[in-house]
Design a protein around this ligand. Structure first.
Ligand code: ZN
Length: 302
């Protein structure tokens, strides 16, 4: 059953307000407040494995359930929206994260750790291991190192790493060990999740430069039923050759409404349309859950 609390957006008409007079204004204020509490995650279908792509506005976050009680989180949204992930997990009765993976340390991917890690037990911490400058103008990154990387639970993932739970695995396709770029997006972890004979490919913020290398190394390893589009749908990712190699039935674009950089790119959207891929843009569709079946993701608006 979906875990859904919804609040009507347009409660008031002039007639309604006139009819209910004094009650209308306090009720509208209450509804406005409640909208911030809305949780709209479709629950795990039949208690099997599932991945929930959370609408965290600017940024990305995916919550993975292996169907055997283990919860894995891949990215945590930004410092503001990370709080929503905490509420969603708590509402679902999750108080322990088995594995927390940060694809790269940009704030729209790691920002949620600052509210999440003090509240939820996390057993294993991973990121891409890229160098982080210790300059005084990079306070957020310094705090990231202090909270996340300084933990004894922290390890680095790189191409060839593999994590496994109860028939579910995450294969790391990128980056290559020690081969880091000055452009942090190009260091982003690229992860392929597989279970039940189905595949989801999560590109993080990897760009077309990374796609070229992945295609050179092993195009067959890119095949996936579902693709989380790289770099929030920006025009510097999701090249035609890459899309053809992955050939996804479904694509998720984690992006916010009125993105200041103009994502997603209309060219990327056209490429996906031309490929026959069904696209889910999270700010439009809301939180989307896929159960690694032949059916596409199921989405619930906030
Ligand atoms: Zn990003």
């Amino acid at each position: 059953m979906p875990i859904t609390l919804t609040v009507p957006h347009k409660l008031a008409t002039i007639r309604w307000v006139l009819a209910y007079g004094l009650f209308a204004v306090p009720l509208l204020i209450l509804c406005h407040v409640l909208q911030g509490w809305v949780l709209a995650i479709p629950a795990d279908p039949a208690n099997g494995p599932a991945v929930h792509f959370l609408d965290v506005g600017e940024g990305s976050a995916a919550w993975l359930e292996d169907g055997d009680g283990n919860n894995i989180l891949i990215d945590t949204g930004n410092p503001i929206s990370g709080n929503r992930i905490c509420r969603i997990l708590r509402h679902a009765g999750v108080n322990r994260i088995d594995t927390l993976i940060i694809t790269h340390p940009h704030p729209d991917h790691m920002g949620g750790i600052f509210c999440m890690m003090p509240r939820l037990r996390t057993d294993h911490l991973y990121d891409n291991g890229q160098p982080i400058p210790g300059r005084p103008d990079c306070d957020l990154y310094r705090w990231y190192v202090q909270l996340f990387r300084s933990s004894e639970k922290y390890r680095v993932l790189q191409r060839g790493s593999r994590l496994e739970w109860n028939g579910m695995s995450i294969e790391v396709l990128w980056p290559i060990a020690g081969n880091y770029s000055r452009n942090w997006n190009e260091n982003s972890l690229v992860l392929r999740i597989s279970t039940r004979g189905k595949y989801a490919l999560l590109m993080g913020d990897a760009t077309s430069k990374v796609e070229v290398r992945l295609l050179e190394m092993d195009p067959e390893a890119l095949k996936a039923d579902l693709l989380v589009i790289g770099h929030h749908g920006a025009g510097d990712a999701t090249s035609l050759a890459f899309l053809k190699a992955v050939d996804p039935k479904w694509a998720i674009i984690p992006v916010n409404k009125d993105n200041i950089r103009g994502y997603p790119s209309s060219k990327v959207l056209k490429r996906l349309r031309d490929n026959g891929t069904v696209v889910y843009v999270l700010y439009k569709q809301g939180d989307c859950t896929w159960d690694f079946s032949d059916k596409g993701p199921c989405c619930v608006r906030k």
